[in-house]
Design a binder for this molecule. Structure first.
Ligand code: GFB
Length: 316
């Protein structure tokens, strides 16, 4: 394993909140591969992160040396637009309970994961970390974004007031093993994998894409995100808000054609214009991350092939 330069010792307790999710499970796998031997996890039945007392008791008895907050209520554009109260309430509760709870339990280091939707809707592209709070948010996901912005502000305030080393990282749109393939609540990439697969099997002439297909998005494989998070932990990164992405984007129409090619579906692509487009473009400026020495390894086409294999192993 690579020697941690500024991170916890390999036998130090590291708590991954949200270990059953796509991101949390990728972080656990990456920590295991890195030789970390005391990875703490707790399922929802054992520890409800919305319950402050339960969080306090868990942290007091386990005293992690480092916490990754990968737990969140997440969903695609439609889930966000139709369940805004759930998205803001649950994510605010997780951020408050785990970040303040960590401070009170004496945890010195923590990484809070957010999302690129925290940035203003009409941001100059690529989006630099400086763009935070410089303009209005995209309405379809503003409640979720506000909860994440509150988490960032809380972590920063802990650092200022109490000298903690809590960091916030903002991943771009993610995909990978263990993604959500429920078409009503998923993000676009897993939705397209499922739609293309089902259209191929049923030999239907066309696949339906939501919106115009013109919005542009950047996609990062969850295994790459996990690698970046562990890299930052090992570097002892304690700096300001940091973007994590590939620095490359494509239109949703281009993504649909790429997914169809990987899946082997040769039909047409049609549009359901009753569905929202959301943010016109979300491409992160990843120059700070690159300057720290990290770059993604999984290119999109290869990542989609891996994700399709994962889909087939669960649903094929
Ligand atoms: O991935 P997605 O739901 O999230 O949608 P956002 C991205 C784009 O793909 C939108 C289009 O323009 C959708 O209209 N799209 C096309 C589809 N077909 C489909 C489909 O079948 N399913 C889905 N879901 N989209 C979310 C935010 O925004 O991204 C969250 O709501 C979070 O807060 C997350 O930030 C990363 O990128 O638009």
């Amino acid at each position: 394993m690579s020697e941690p330069r500024g991170g916890p010792a390999p036998d130090a307790p590291i708590y991954v909140a949200g270990h059953r999710g796509m991101v949390g499970s990728a972080i656990v796998r990456r920590l295991q591969a890195g030789g970390y031997t005391r990875i703490l996890t707790a399922g929802r039945a054992e520890l409800d992160l919305r319950d402050r007392r339960a969080v306090d008791a868990f942290l007091a008895s386990n005293r992690p040396a480092y916490i990754f907050i990968a737990a969140a209520k997440v969903g695609g554009i439609l889930a966000n637009a139709t369940h805004p109260a759930d998205f803001i309430a649950e994510n605010l509760a997780i951020a408050l309970n785990v970040i303040e709870g960590a401070h009170e339990a004496g945890v010195e280091r923590l990484m809070f994961l957010g999302s690129s939707c925290i940035y203003p809707r009409d941001c100059p592209q690529p989006i630099s970390e400086e763009a935070l709070l410089t303009g209005p948010l995209e309405p379809t996901n503003a409640p979720y974004a506000i909860a994440k912005i509150a988490g960032i502000a809380l972590a920063e305030a802990m650092n200022r007031q109490h000298g903690r080393r809590y960091v916030s990282v903002m991943p771009t749109n993610l995909y990978g093993a263990g993604d959500n393939y429920d078409l009503a609540t998923s993000h676009v990439l897993p939705a397209l994998i499922r739609k293309a697969h089902e259209a191929k099997l049923a030999r239907v002439p066309a696949l339906i894409l939501w919106g115009t297909g013109t919005p542009r998005r950047e996609f990062l494989h969850a295994d790459d995100l996990a690698d970046a998070c562990v890299f930052l932990m090992e570097q002892g990164y304690a700096g300001p808000l940091l973007n994590i992405g590939t620095g490359e984007d494509l239109s949703i129409g281009e993504l649909a054609r790429l997914v169809c090619r990987v899946v082997g579906y040769e039909g047409e692509i049609t549009h359901d214009l009753s569905k929202p487009d959301g943010t016109p473009r979300k491409l992160l400026d990843v120059s700070r991350l690159h300057a720290l020495g990290w770059r993604h390894r999984i290119e999109l086409e290869d990542g989609i092939a891996r994700a399709y294999a994962d889909f087939l192993s669960s649903f094929g």
